[in-house]
Ligand binder design. Structure first.
Ligand code: NAD
Ligand code: SSN
Length: 528
């Protein structure tokens, strides 16, 4: 095929994966493996969880270990909470809710604002914790802290502006209003890929409307959420309003408690689709309000009429953010044949400039993956594509010299729809390029997946821009951009990517119930 025969210069340099070591892509192992230093070491909480404004261990005293994905060295240990420990946190959250719900919006706004200020003041330490336990480079970790803080800022501004409605009744003499009430105690469960932002995106609106929360921190990255809890304490968030619990092996039992305890009225979960389905089933026993932010399989489409350089920049940003471990990362890159070779060549050349290494090392652009399982999935997808006839233009191998969790940024050409990467989220630094011919064909293939979180396309044709945006079966579309995340924009998916929206004005409603009040006998005539 044309795109395979006519590999451009960059692609030619990058021969088959097994022999290839790019002279430009550089890899670095951190010379010192010492623990990073925090400006404020008291933000690093070991062996305790935050419950009812206090730092407590698991009742059993059991802990689990957390490891640095870059070096696999021990970072520290955290409490292995049980269902019983979690019940305690829920009951404190219930007590706290009764008074917190009656604070004015302005009071809640000030608390969130104070917490925001403290996150910003402690941004360097929070970023250090993120890099340490998640692996992402310091610059990305700092970007995440800003993103995380911005959810507090955004929702602190929403808190005093929670309005109900006045509804004209169809029954004479009746008057109808709605009151927006906080749903109650919320269970929040989040993943490791954004240890701070996935949590603040949920806590921000919950607190803004007057809910209390029990956060189940991810077992891989619990120290960032615990540091956020310490800052909540310093901000004066009342005891029991924010509780942060940790578990690793006991995660299913803590999840079961949160999803079946009748006191919890809302679950907001970010993570994989299979776990989302399980939690939804568990929630059905007490019919909780639910938000599910689940996996994606984002199409990234480059049409012949696109600005190719812009599309390359967009694809780099979208595909390789957090080394591909972002739910909105491009997972399938479709390029129309007229610009396929140019795009492949320019894209591969940019990827070759990446510097893979320890996130603390100066100049590192891409860190490790989170664990061995992530590496295995990436490896499976690459080998599957190769076996079925695709060509590895760049990368395609593990980087054992750096550590067991490092993988080369990889570009694969000639992808086909029967390859694993076409239907499964890779969640790693592998970009598969699929050629296509027509708009109708690419939209049909893009939609041929069970999930629908984000989708991106590049085109300069105004009619096409509207048409394709409307036809993509996703919750979020990026047109001529690879970055769509913003606290002001509604974030969420369709199909098996879940439901509910986070951030934006819509994020507030996820934590509220609408109460309708009808006043009867409200005659219009003035008394004489
Ligand atoms: N849509 C979004 O906003 C969004 C954002 C980030 C990640 N994700 C998705 O998350 C996935 C990656 O994260 P992951 O592999 O850690 O997902 P995961 O579903 O395995 O885990 C997510 C969280 O759920 C917890 N968990 C796992 N099993 C549980 C159970 N039985 N009960 C309660 N909690 C449980 C984990 O400890 C973790 O904290 C990807 O599919 C990605 O697309 C989605
Ligand atoms: O990984 C998913 C969330 C990332 C984002 O908010 O952009």
């Amino acid at each position: 095929m044309l795109f395979q025969k006519a590999l451009t210069s960059a692609a030619r340099i990058a021969t088959r994966s097994h022999q290839f070591r790019s002279p430009l892509t550089s890899f670095s192992r951190l010379s010192s493996t010492m623990a990073p230093k925090l400006r404020d070491p008291s933000l690093f909480k070991q062996n305790v969880c935050y419950v009812n404004g206090e730092w407590i261990p698991a009742k059993s005293g059991k802990t689990f270990e957390v490891h640095d994905p870059a070096t696999e060295q021990l970072i520290g240990t955290c409490p292995e909470f049980t269902a019983e420990d979690t019940r305690l946190a829920i009951s404190h959250a219930e007590t706290a809710f009764e008074s917190f719900r009656h604070k004015t919006g302005r009071e809640r706004s000030k608390l969130l604002r104070k917490w925001y200020d403290l996150v910003v003041e402690n941004a360097d330490d929070l970023a250090t914790l993120i890099t340490w336990e998640n692996g992402k480079p310091t610059a990305d970790a700092k970007g995440e802290v800003t993103y995380a803080a911005n959810f507090f800022e955004w929702f602190s501004e929403e808190a005093p502006r929670i309005y109900g409605d006045t509804i004209p009744s169809s029954i004479p003499g009746n008057r109808v209003i709605t009151i927006k009430e906080p749903v109650g105690v919320c269970g929040l469960i989040t993943p490791w890929n954004f240890p701070a932002a996935m949590i603040t995106r949920k806590i921000g609106p919950a607190l803004a409307v007057g809910c209390s929360v029990v956060v189940k921190a991810p077992g891989e990255t619990p120290f960032t959420p615990l540091a956020l809890a310490e800052l909540a304490h310093r901000a004066g968030v009342p005891p029991g309003v924010v509780n942060v619990v940790t578990a690793s092996e006991n995660t299913p039992e803590v999840g079961k408690e949160l999803t079946t305890n009748p006191t919890v009225r809302k679950i907001s979960f970010t993570g994989s689709t299979p776990v989302g389905k399980l939690l939804m089933k568990q929630c059905s026993t007490t019919l909780k309000k639910l938000s599910l932010e689940l996996g994606g399989n984002a199409p990234f489409i480059v049409f012949d009429d696109a600005d190719v350089d812009l599309a390359v920049a967009g694809a780099i940003a979208s595909k390789f953010r957090s080394s591909g471990q972002t739910c909105v990362c491009a997972n399938r890159i479709f390029v129309q044949r007229g610009v396929y070779d140019e795009f492949a060549s320019k894209f591969a050349a940019k990827v070759k400039e990446f510097k893979v290494g320890n996130g603390f090392e100066n100049g590192t652009t891409h860190g490790p993956l989170i664990h061995h399982k992530a590496i295995s999935k990436v490896e499976e997808h690459v080998r599957d594509a190769e076996k079925k006839g695709a060509m590895v233009l760049l990368g395609g191998n593990k980087l054992p010299d750096l550590g067991p969790n490092f993988y080369e940024p990889t570009v694969i050409s000639g992808m086909k729809v029967d390859m694993a990467m076409a239907s499964e989220e890779t969640f790693g630094p592998v970009a598969g390029l699929f050629p296509f011919d027509t708009e109708e064909e690419v939209v049909r293939i893009a939609n041929n997946t069970t999930v629908g979180l984000a989708g991106y396309f590049f085109s300069r044709d105004l009619e096409r821009v509207h048409r394709v945006a409307e036809h993509l079966e996703v919750g979020m579309v990026g047109v001529n951009t690879g970055l769509i995340s913003d606290p002001a924009s509604p974030f969420g998916g369709v199909k098996e990517s879940g439901f509910g929206r986070e951030g934006s004005l819509y994020g507030i409603g996820e934590y509220q119930v609408t109460k309708m009040v009808t006043y009867g006998g409200m005659g219009k005539k003035l008394q004489s």
